[in-house]
Design a protein around this ligand. Sequence first.
Ligand code: BG6
Length: 510
Amino acid sequence: MTSVVDNPFREGLARDQAPSPCCFVLFGATGDLCARKLLPALYQLLKQGLTPQEFYVLGVARREKTDEQWRAEMREAVAEHSRDGQLDEEVWGQFAERLGYHTGNFDDDAAYARLAARLEQLDQDYGTAGNRLFYLAVGPDYFTAIPTALAKQGLFDEPGESWVRVVVEKPFGTDLASAQALSGHLRALLHERQIYRIDHYLGKETVQNILTLRFGNAIFEPLWNRRYIESVQITVAETVGMEGRRGPFYEEAGAIRDMVQNHMMQLLSLVAMEPPAAWGAESIRAEKAKVLQALQPWTPEQVAQQVVRAQYRAGFQAAEAALGYREEEGVDPGSVTETYVAMRLGLETWRWSGVPFYLRTGKRLPKRVTEIAVSFRQPPLALFRQPEDQATNTLVLRIQPDEGVSLSFLCKVPGMRMLRRQVKMDFNYGSSFGTASPEAYERLVLDAMMGDSTLFTREDEVEHAWRFVSSILDGWQAAGATQLPQYDAGTWGPEEADGLLLDNDSWRRL
Ligand code: BG6
């Protein structure tokens, strides 16, 4: 293991911010998220010497299992999902020594009493100093029961210098009322500073780079407003469908709860926020919250005019036949759950009034791509008159998979004639830095251990986003559709989405 001192991976982390000793208590230890994301992330952090020396990971789940059995399963999971694509035996050995499993039914008080005793023992054996990070990688039904039971055992107390934090996975509520109820419940047991609501998009390098690009460079700021920006388009396109297992979950969520309320609202807030007063969790989140607050709830009429939802039917994905949504396992054959949402929204703020923001997301689209495209206004005079001269300057922030930033502009074609063409200046992460970016979960898990909540969503952000999204859900309910517009799997969504575009705008071809 790399020594914590002079560790290149620690570059940029303040020395006084080294993670303190801690026990990572992972509820949902037999679940998908644990195997695919969380354990590989923790392994990677340990490999880079970023975990504290006094560190332990205790998995908690209902299934009876011994420590050895869980370790063996996690070994396979890490080998399969680690971002290096292989397991370093020496590092694994060090990691495995710090892994344990606790069997417990989430409704059983006795299991929590045993957990409390085990945590105390771990503090003594591993020097974890009573610092605990409880990670709820469980279904939302347990987001209230588990904290209640932990509090009852006194496990949220912070005696002496020790700390307790709770990471809550998504979905945080299913509408405004349930999100408020959940927040209310957690706030009765914990301080807001102890609650870490995760949105893994915030852990992506390229998403964090939005702030650097905007506030670390002087050239963009003067242009970043309604005077120079014509429109903003945010796309989160996915090729996957229900992946054979997600039907039942998705039936309840749909694209708006699964992607818009959280990931897309976060992207929107980062693009549209004002500069923060200081570089810190509270200042940054306060500015993001103001953007979401500016999204006024819509009436059912506005929902009908400004949102399009649709569902994929059978089609072809990368030349292979793909099922329609209603034929997927665990999906009601008469389902009206949307797998695609597009909308046009406006932010009534000083900076953005009158600028349309177009958002679209869908499953079973032709390409996996997440990007934010900022289109600038045309020059004031049309000196060049050919139609190709009308192309606008567009700054594209490519979030994934081909991470980078590009700016398109008009250029003279070499030669005697005065011909012009759009060209691109392109920055590409891979070729510029030559190193792989950390996984979103690595960053977020480390931040939670260090007590930095900048990249976690605050209560007010979640509520403002829900207030807006709930108005869309209400509008849809009032409309009472029994059939949604359809699009063939492997295509760019329904043609109804074109009706959202203003003037000369068009959906970007990706
Ligand atoms: C999750 C959604 O939050 O994000 C999934 O539940 C979606 O439906 C996933 O596929 C997308 O994440 P990423 O990191 O692959 O863009």
